[in-house]
Design a protein around this ligand. Structure first.
Ligand SMILES: CC(C)(COP(=O)(O)OP(=O)(O)OC[C@H]1O[C@@H](n2cnc3c(N)ncnc32)[C@H](O)[C@@H]1OP(=O)(O)O)[C@@H](O)C(=O)NCCC(=O)NCCS
Length: 216
């Protein structure tokens, strides 16, 4: 089954990454037809009822992006997006296709999927809004907090960027975001030891939401 064009679906390319945004009406219909049997059981047996709609929307946008990348013959129920050991989404494709790396993020009625055949990808989406200063210590290092006091508009961007970076980095054990202290260059960020990795990144504005996309 090919995916019919979804309402309010936007797609764009950035640096080898296909990024799809799907916004649904809160009262709109939901369909599980595009799920594989494993995805359907996972949804029904493990996802809390209040998260099911968001979870389903995440799989739909992801499959739509994969069709943009691989073509309409890549049928949705044959593409599976199942969680890895830490909850990270993993794409399972029919033999001979892929591999693809994927990242998902949700904000209210909007879900974003970033998919690439090159390296690892992370995405995060948030409504455009300031972040209260008492929350900064949860995700910013002392140096970053000092910088955000001078440039408060940087705080929500660092939050987005670190969430996307965390998803692309996939540390073997969970780490607090304040311990990820990227050195930011022009579209490039660098993590020092113990990670020692370089990523490219961008911010994308989507209505009243902002997205960060990070790729290794
Ligand atoms: C896992 C985490 C990245 C999810 O982000 P979030 O802002 O809560 O939610 P989002 O809507 O942006 O993203 C949710 C998606 O992230 C993905 N995800 C979950 N765990 C993940 C992981 N370990 N790595 C990459 N992606 C992950 C899933 O696809 C999930 O959607 P799904 O359940 O529908 O498949 C976030 O909770 C997190 O752990 N952040 C940083 C680490 C941290 O704070 N650690 C503290 C403990 S030391």
């Amino acid at each position: 089954m090919a995916i019919a064009p979804l309402e309010r679906f936007s797609f764009l390319w950035w640096n080898g990454v296909g990024v799809g945004v799907l916004e649904e009406r809160p009262e709109g219909p939901t369909s599980k037809d595009l799920l594989s049997p494993s995805e359907r059981s996972l949804l029904e047996e493990t996802v809390l009822p209040q998260r099911q709609r968001e979870w389903l929307r995440g799989r739909l946008v992801c499959k739509q992006v994969i069709q943009e990348l691989l073509g309409p013959e890549c049928l949705a129920p044959q593409v599976e997006v199942l969680p890895g050991p830490q909850g990270e989404p993993r794409v399972h494709l029919p033999e001979g296709l892929g591999p693809l790396d994927v990242s998902l993020s949700h904000a209210r009625t909007l879900s974003v999927a970033a998919v690439t055949a090159r390296g690892r990808v992370g995405v995060d989406v948030e409504p455009v809004a300031p972040i209260r200063q008492e929350l900064w210590r949860f995700f910013l290092s002392p140096d970053e907090r000092a910088r955000c006091e001078r440039e408060p508009e940087l705080a929500p961007r660092l939050w987005l960027l670190k969430e996307a970076l965390y998803k692309a980095l996939r540390p073997p054990q969970p780490v607090p975001l304040r311990t990820l202290q990227p050195e930011l260059g022009e579209g490039v960020l660098r993590l020092r030891a113990p990670f020692e990795q370089e990523f490219t990144f961008t911010f994308l504005a989507m209505g009243n939401h902002l997205l960060a996309v990070v790729r290794s």
